[in-house]
Design a protein around this ligand. Structure first.
Ligand SMILES: NC(=O)c1ccc[n+]([C@@H]2O[C@H](COP(=O)([O-])OP(=O)(O)OC[C@H]3O[C@@H](n4cnc5c(N)ncnc54)[C@H](OP(=O)(O)O)[C@@H]3O)[C@@H](O)[C@H]2O)c1
Length: 270
């Protein structure tokens, strides 16, 4: 029987978000899982690929007030949000920051920074409804190495991901007083449509010096698969303790302190 508990996942029409939706829905059959994206037909495909009755979808643009309202309205008013995963992101056209179109810079700010803050804020009553000292809802930011490195050609993405990292750190402290945990994860270089876009760059090579690195990683079969990332994220949401979840941003590739536990979990659950 379905409970009143919900997981809300943005970016669920594709890549990492779709894999997280699948993982959560299949592992937690009495948890309602709400997948969000703008592309309804891709969301429907993801929903149909999951053989459970706990997957709900809503087509919403997270960068707009109307989109945030549509997400809130897709939940029953008394819903408890147990997990909120911010995976949606706008990866702006690659090129020099100084030449970037103003409207596209604003779209990056609205999607990668404003949206996760405004959505967490809008769902705060639903998060608080689940929150006790013993069971704390978890909000997870899907971060990136771009939050910590100034990659030429990725200016708006780096800037917004860096802000998104600081947002996680501020909210982790502030929302801890409401028994809500906020964490952040770097998923590595993952085989999703975003990486197709990166490899497909055909502009001036001096504007994107890292281009060949991403082509090489792909040709050497070194991209992480979204399903492994989703398993890691599920492990973070379900298995690690409260302090570990929020204390610092985790990196799926550099998790030496997680290594033994994570590898054992992966071996048993992949
Ligand atoms: N792939 C990598 O190598 C990699 C590495 C580090 C971090 N990440 C991070 O991982 C997360 C997922 O990326 P991905 O690789 O899975 O990319 P992806 O396959 O391109 O997925 C991006 C998702 O974001 C959604 N989205 C974008 N703008 C939106 C908007 N305004 N409103 C609602 N949904 C929106 C897209 O849905 P619609 O098009 O349907 O709206 C799509 O579901 C991102 O936060 C990204 O920064 C990825």
């Amino acid at each position: 029987m379905l409970s009143n508990n919900w997981a809300v996942i943005t970016g669920a029409s594709s890549g990492i978000g779709a894999a997280i939706l699948r993982r959560l829905a299949m592992k937690e059959k009495n948890l309602n899982c709400l997948g969000i994206g703008r592309n309804l037909s891709r969301l429907e495909e993801v929903q149909q690929s999951i053989d459970t009755n706990n997957v709900h979808i809503v087509s919403a643009d997270v960068s707009t007030p109307e989109g945030i309202t549509a997400i809130v309205n897709a939940l029953p008013p008394n819903a408890c949000v147990k997990y909120l995963v911010h995976s949606a992101a706008f990866f702006a056209p690659i090129g020099p920051l100084i030449e970037m179109d103003n409207a596209q810079f604003r779209e990056a700010m609205a999607t990668n920074l404003e949206a996760p803050l405004f959505l967490t804020k809008a769902l705060l009553p639903n998060l608080k409804r689940c929150a006790t000292e013993a069971t704390k809802p978890r909000v997870l930011h899907v971060s990136s190495g771009a939050a910590h490195n100034a990659y030429e050609g990725w200016g708006s993405y780096c800037i917004t991901k860096a802000g998104f990292n600081m947002m996680y750190r501020v909210l982790a402290g502030e929302l801890s007083h409401d028994n809500i945990l906020v964490g952040s994860v770097r998923p590595g270089v993952v085989d999703t449509p975003m990486q197709d876009t990166v490899r497909g760059y055909n502009g001036d090579s001096s504007h994107f010096p890292m281009h060949t690195k991403f082509i090489d990683l792909h040709s050497q079969g070194r991209l992480e698969c979204p399903e492994t990332v989703a398993t890691y994220i599920y492990w973070m949401l379900k298995e690690i303790n409260d302090d570990e979840f929020s204390r610092e941003e985790r990196d799926i590739r550099l998790s030496s302190k997680d290594d033994a536990r994570w590898k054992e979990y992966l071996a048993l659950n992949s």
